[in-house]
Design a protein around this ligand. Structure first.
Ligand SMILES: *Cc1c(COP(=O)(O)O)cnc(C)c1O
Length: 398
């Protein structure tokens, strides 16, 4: 294969592009994770992650992909045979449900259409029926990465409170953490699951649980077997900045750098606004091409990725292949029942207006080369929108 000049465009919705600064921070000699230099690093990343989750409670960091943190959330809080209410938002919600089955839980899956988020009303009515309170947890994926649909977690919380149901609320934020507004404490979430390789701009290999006092209390009676994932030994060692087993030390250097960028230099509110802007610009491009966005409800649009439906008779994976071969850009594939039907544009992580324009230009040229019927107006629509976001208020009003 001849060399391709320039940077590869990695526009899948995770893993995302890792900033050079973060790569350089990782490029350090391996340290003694039990030595005196480690504790300040351990404490700094644990404190920083609390600010990202918006919690004053515990955050646990695992050397694992997000799937590990899913398992940790369930294994720490539940007992064999426990009923859990899960919501079918798409592929990732389905995988979490399958995991619950394998762990010996009894997941009840509220079915969904893969185009809308978890319906708080449906959750409320199911919980109201559960007068014996057999349901021990409600599990929802915040940003369903297979569809680009966001579930309204604050409303799910309200629905649970309205039903006066004591179940734990567990939320997967693997593709929304540090990209979309999220508030663990304020929204009354008991376990939030996160991962490193999406909004946090790190390579894969770290994952997280934010744990409420109620979840921690539940873990004392929970009977599912756990050892590697056990919160208690983690939290006990973390108190002094250490870990019970070897943490992914070099990734933690990277995490410290990413946290400085997100929390101190750009600020989370600006990070969220940037992702919203790029989501809106992408949807405008898709519509101007004459293509349909998979997400149905404007209140559930994702700022971290957009899934775009292909016209009937055109295969999304062929389009992705054309784009990869001609423009060295990777786009997300359609997962399970969406295979071939959608392509997903990731616009999360270390990403700016011009990276988005390069991405959309690659899509527009690819659609043309693949012979997909469309209007060559998407790039222009996105540029017009982005430019309008930067216009001074006076000029925008004029
Ligand atoms: C990526 C992702 C996962 C899986 O995480 P891994 O790091 O691949 O284990 C789970 N849930 C959501 C919403 C995701 O985006």
């Amino acid at each position: 294969m001849p060399r391709t000049a320039g940077r590869h465009f990695l526009q899948i919705p995770g893993p995302t592009n890792v900033p050079d600064r973060v790569l350089r921070a990782i490029d350090m000699p391996t340290m003694d994770h039990r030595g005196p230099d480690f504790a300040p690093l351990g404490k700094a990343v644990l404190e920083g992650m609390k600010r990202v989750f918006k919690t004053s409670s515990h955050v646990v960091i695992y050397p694992a992909s997000g799937t590990g943190a899913w398992e940790a959330a369930l294994a720490n809080t539940l007992s064999p045979g426990d009923a859990v209410l899960m919501y079918e938002t798409g592929h990732f919600a389905t995988l979490w449900q399958k995991m619950a089955l394998k762990l010996g839980l009894r997941p009840e899956f509220i079915s969904g259409d893969w185009r809308t988020g978890a319906d708080p009303q449906a959750i409320e009515s199911r919980l109201r029926e559960d007068s014996a309170k057999t349901i021990k947890a409600v599990c929802v994926v915040h940003n369903e990465t297979s569809t680009g649909v966001v579930s309204r977690i604050a409303e799910v919380r309200k629905a649970m409170d309205a039903a006066k149901h004591p179940a734990l609320l567990m939320v997967d934020t693997i593709s929304s953490l540090a990209s979309l507004d999220y508030r663990h404490d304020e929204w009354g979430v008991d376990v939030t699951v996160g991962g490193s390789q999406k909004g946090l701009m790190l390579p894969p290999g770290l994952s997280f649980n934010a744990v409420s006092a109620k979840a921690l209390a539940a873990s004392k009676d929970a009977k599912l077997p756990r050892s590697f994932w056990d919160w208690h030994e983690m939290i006990a060692s973390n108190k002094d900045g250490y870990f019970p087993y070897t943490p992914a030390t070099n990734l933690l250097y990277g995490l410290r750098e990413a946290l400085a960028m997100l929390l101190d230099e750009e600020g989370l509110d600006n990070v969220f606004a940037r992702h919203q802007r790029h989501g809106e610009a992408t949807r405008r491009a898709a519509r101007a091409w004459g293509l349909e966005v998979l997400a149905k409800n404007p209140a559930e649009y994702s700022g971290s990725l957009t899934a775009v439906l292909m016209p009937a008779g055109h295969d999304a994976d062929r389009l992705r292949k054309v784009i990869l071969e001609n423009f060295d850009m990777s786009l997300g594939t359609g997962l399970s029942k969406l295979a071939g039907k959608v392509f997903r544009i990731g616009h999360l992580g270390d990403f700016n207006d011009l990276t988005l324009m390069g991405t959309l230009a690659g899509c527009e040229m690819g659609l043309q080369l693949a012979g997909v019927p469309m209007k060559k107006e998407g790039v222009q629509a996105a540029m017009d929108y982005l430019a309008s976001c930067h216009a001074s208020p006076a000029r925008a009003a004029a």
